[in-house]
Design a protein. Sequence first.
Length: 207
Amino acid sequence: MLRTVKEAAEGFQPPPKGFNGATGLYAGEQDVFLFMIDPTVWTDIGGENFAPGFFAFNSEVGRRSVGVTTFWYQEICGNHVCWQCADVTCVNRKHTRGVGDALAEIRSAIAQLVERRDAARDQFAATVRKAMEATTGDKEETLAFLSKYDINRQLAKKAVELAEGRGKRFTIWSMVDALTQLSRDSNYAATRVEADQRASALLALAA
């Protein structure tokens, strides 16, 4: 996995060291989790900045899947939690004897991310701008809108209240922003990624 990422992830680097000395490489005797970003490709969209990053993960003993999760983030805090992530995509493969094929697929996914980085940045910026303008109606209409995309009523209500409390219009983007912030309340990375992916599915509506 380390060699695969090193060879494919041109221009990406570990995030700044965390307050506890974390480097973005979490490697034990059996598992590895890599966190990489490209801080040179910040994109300004409506006064908000985004940069690309990814997680890559693997287990030598098959305890977890092998894969890569790519995303655009706005901020990384001192304990390496990414805030306001958007356009989250994940490639997961079951860890079997054919793991070599899976690593080749991970290499391909990262290489494609690198190759399309500038084009993806432009496309992502256009999508976010559209999402900022795409209204979802009033409060009740927005709750109904969110329910169509597998977002439960309780979470949808919290997202609407968060956006409303900040004085933001109800738009696709304000809902994506609220949902990704609410996902930070989870103590589990897998749950946060899943929540961010649902928010990104909303963002895709503006593509």
